[in-house]
Design a binder for this molecule. Structure first.
Ligand code: NAD
Ligand code: MG
Length: 396
């Protein structure tokens, strides 16, 4: 493998930090060309001192000035704004872009990387949930290589036949089985779900993740977003994608073939495995991950998800069936509702009821272009904010 030049979008986040951890183990294999972050300027400065990228990008001009001062004489050029994120995603000398910004903000730079024909290491699932059709089209038209970082999709990717190009049936694939841990509330008494606090919701039993995706894991909206992600990544119909709860998070997902074979990818729950897989693909690299000790784990168990406990999962299937802008609307309303829950402006159960109401209100929005989807995203945020502010949200 020749040296790969990397841009890491969202370098200061959980995925960004894990990516740099893998990169640091192989200094002869990777060169960091650009790092980006939003608020944690000290952390970004420290990463820049260590990895010496050509560019560092933040969102605001103020923070750019602070970072510039911190990096004076370091040889890293500091840029700011969304255009700068797109610029470092499309640099001619960059071959791989880790897209690890959280939320809808990740779409534009990920799309810029796809349009520049890069190897796109996609952690930002919201890109596919918002604009899967347009993103996949950009990947095809510009000869980009799409490698999934989300552990489930990375597992599916590894379990599919080599050269899989979409159309499951033509490749002998019957179903994609996405595993889910069930999060912290899988076994909690249903009548106490109304009392869940942000602290309880972000305490995931198996994975250490950012706050937004941790709440999504607790509601299982994360799995709903992943069903939508799988629909686009693997060209599968909703009925070909099934969710199974597997509390140990050792099997990261499976592919069932027409002959009854089921192939799975197993590993300890450590994001450095899918990250290293995608960084090195089609080669393999040591990732610093503990070796799997199956005898110590003892048993793996499975159960069907309960949609009364996890209504967000059902809403995701509904949005996928509705098509058009519905999944972008679901995603935007979810970001607003999760932020409101984390700030204690709405109770836990109001996340799902907010999404349900916004979907019912807006699901017919147009989706003929990327602009339509961004408009639907904005309309859904506005409607969700109003609903949250007027406390018109039912929590029953
Ligand atoms: P995080 O909150 O830890 O980090 C988010 C990163 O995005 C930070 O670097 C932050 O500075 C940057 N960012 C946030 N808002 C931004 C904005 N508006 N503009 C520019 N940059 C912004 O999140 P994470 O857990 O690392 O997750 C990142 C993405 O990866 C998410 O889409 C998540 O769904 C996905 N993902 C994460 C995991 C995991 O284990 N953490 C697993 C699978 C998928
Ligand atoms: Mg996942």
């Amino acid at each position: 493998m020749s040296v790969r030049n990397l841009t890491i979008l969202g370098a200061t986040g959980t995925i960004g930090v894990n990516t740099l951890d893998v990169v640091a183990r192989h200094p002869d294999r990777f060169r960091v060309m650009a790092l980006t972050g939003q608020n944690q300027i000290d952390k970004l400065a420290e990463q820049c001192r260590r990895f010496r990228p050509r560019y560092a990008v933040v969102l605001d001009a103020d923070k750019a000035r602070t970072l510039e001062q911190a990096l004076a004489g370091n040889g890293t050029e500091v840029l700011h704004g969304v255009e700068a994120l797109e610029f470092v995603s499309a640099l001619p000398e960059v071959d791989s872009v880790m897209a690890a910004i959280v939320g809808a903000a990740g779409l534009r730079p990920a799309l810029a990387a796809a349009k520049a024909g890069k190897r796109v290491l996609l952690a930002n699932k919201e890109t596919l949930v918002m604009a899967g059709r347009f993103f996949m089209q950009a990947v095809r038209e510009h000869g980009a290589t799409l490698l999934p970082i989300d552990s489930e999709h990375n597992a599916v990717f590894q379990s599919l036949p080599a050269g899989y190009t979409g159309d499951p049936t033509a490749h002998g694939v019957r179903r994609i089985l996405l595993t889910a841990s069930g999060g912290p509330f899988r076994g909690r008494a249903i009548e106490t779900l109304k009392d869940i606090t942000p602290e309880e919701a972000v305490a995931h039993p198996n994975w250490v993740m950012g706050r937004k995706i941790s709440v999504d894991s607790a509601t299982m909206m994360n799995k709903g977003l992943e069903v939508i992600e799988a629909r686009w990544l693997f060209d599968a119909r909703p009925e070909q994608i099934e969710v199974v709860i597997h509390p140990q998070s050792i099997i990261h997902s499976m592919v069932e073939y027409l002959d009854g074979s089921v192939l799975a990818q197993l590993s300890n729950p450590d994001m450095r495995t899918p990250i290293a897989h995608s960084l090195a693909y089609p080669e393999r690299l040591e990732a610093g991950v503990n070796w799997l000790d199956l005898a110590k784990i003892g048993s793996l168990s499975f159960e069907a998800p309960d949609l009364r406990r996890f209504p967000c999962l059902g809403l995701a299937y509904q949005a996928l069936a509705a098509g058009g802008a519905a999944t972008a609307i679901l995603n935007a309303a979810n970001e607003e509702a999760v932020a409101a829950f984390l700030e204690r402006r709405i109770p836990y159960l109001a996340i799902a009821t907010t999404l349900d109401q916004i979907l019912q209100k807006l699901a017919g929005e147009k989706a003929d272009s990327l602009e339509d989807l961004l408009a639907a995203d904005a309309a859904a945020r506005q409607a969700a904010r109003e609903l949250i502010a007027t406390a018109a949200v039912g929590t029953a």
